[in-house]
Design a protein around this ligand. Structure first.
Ligand SMILES: Cc1ncc(COP(=O)(O)O)c(C=O)c1O
Length: 388
């Protein structure tokens, strides 16, 4: 049996490795608190579950779904984009349903990266983009995200020769893993750069609805003319606590949507139609107050953890978006050594920053998606470990 070379071309998936580590420590009887993965602890909002209950029994949903998504779902996406961001998208040409944003992002890479093409990928970043670039025989070009620049890449520093070979620029704000946010002015510069260099801008909007302290995240599609060069991937996973439902949508450039559609029609058959109906309910029927209260909850958790980390000598920033904290490792230890030691000494699992790229070395990521009492317990253990 010969396994394709591309399988060996990427490191093991970060979260699968962490899970092994967690299981080893738990097997010794340690009560492990997993702050490693960004999977919301709260259930999907009841109105969405109720809509699913009604839709799942309808036989017309039991056949293959429409490849591009049900028209009524795409219309709901368009209405959502218009009311939330003031953005107009044509449901027929500029919107496509996806089986989670991981799927959409991965397939977009296949639609845009040929062997030898360059994909411009922030470092650190959500690991899927780099992995699929390597699968395609493309070259990932790292754009360092550094604290001193607010974890925004310096696009003008990309060498002309690299830009000429680039076909896609991936961005994600609010950001995983750095929790940084971007304003519309940054997106304007990114759209302008992509237009000048003839590169597709893919904005991963997985966390636009999870923001704090009055910050409201913009859509890249708010930039006039963005649809000429940009596509944005919206996930319902984190906002509506729907990670298990696998539902997202892509919106923007009609050419990019068409190209993505070619890969998808040859790969999958679209999300379960009943899930799309429930997702439409999520997008249009969730009262703003519900999302506001959820954001307040995450902000409170952030404050609890930031205070504990600071007491433990970690210079933890107060973030304005996403469900993560991105913190510098104290005392010059490596990310892996610090996270390993924290797990051994306290039973608290956090992710080493270098798992998201070389620039993540010296950082670790904490996820706020565990129940309050577990988060408080983790905070207490971290504080106590420092005193010992
Ligand atoms: C930045 C980012 N993009 C995409 C995803 C994938 O989300 P989903 O496939 O559930 O929509 C995640 C999940 O953690 C993420 O952090």
């Amino acid at each position: 049996m010969k396994i394709a070379d591309r399988i060996a071309s990427i490191p093991p998936y970060l979260f699968a490795e962490l899970d092994k580590r967690r299981a080893q420590v738990a097997a010794r009887g340690v009560d492990v608190i997993n702050l490693g993965i960004g999977d919301p602890d709260r259930p999907t909002f009841p109105g969405i579950v109720e809509r699913m209950r009604q839709e799942v029994v309808r036989p017309e949903h039991h056949a293959y779904p429409a490849y591009e998504g049900a028209r009524s779902f795409r219309e709901a996406c368009a209405t959502y984009l218009s009311s939330r961001f003031g953005v107009d998208c044509d449901p027929d040409r500029e919107i496509m349903a996806a089986i989670g944003s991981k799927e959409a992002i991965a397939h977009l890479i296949w639609a845009f990266v040929d062997r030898g093409d360059v994909a411009l990928i922030p470092d650190p970043a959500y690991p899927v983009v780099r992995a699929h670039t390597l699968f395609c025989g493309g070259e990932p070009y790292s754009l360092p995200l550094r604290a001193e620049s607010g974890f925004l890449p310096d696009l003008e520093a990309i060498p002309a020769g690299v830009a000429r070979r680039a076909t896609i620029l991936y961005l994600n704000y609010p950001n995983n893993p750095t929790a940084a946010v971007a304003d519309l002015a940054f997106f304007e510069r990114a759209v302008d750069w992509c237009r000048r260099k003839d590169v597709l801008l893919c904005h991963d909007a997985a966390y636009t609805e999870i923001t704090f302290d009055g910050f409201k995240a913009p859509s890249v599609l708010e930039v006039p003319g963005a649809k000429d060069v940009a596509i944005e991937i919206h996930s319902l996973s984190k906002t509506y606590n729907m990670t298990g439902w696998r539902i997202a949508f892509a919106a923007g450039s009609a050419a990019a949507i068409r190209a993505l559609g070619v890969i998808k029609t040859n790969t999958d058959s679209g999300p379960f139609t009943a899930v799309q109906m429930a997702a439409a309910e999520a997008l249009l029927g969730t009262p703003p107050q519900v999302l506001h209260e959820q954001n307040e909850l995450y902000a409170r958790r952030r404050d609890v953890m930031v205070e504990a980390l600071r007491a433990a000598g970690v210079d933890a920033p107060r973030t304005r978006g996403s469900v993560y904290l991105w913190c510098p490792v104290p005392g010059g230890e490596s990310s892996a050594a610090f996270c390993g030691r924290l797990l051994e000494e306290t039973g608290v699992l956090v992710t080493p920053g270098n798992g998201y790229g070389a620039e993540g070395e010296g950082y670790f990521r904490i996820s706020l998606t565990v129940p309050d009492e577990r988060l408080r317990e983790a905070a207490r253990r971290i504080r106590d470990a420092r005193r010992r």
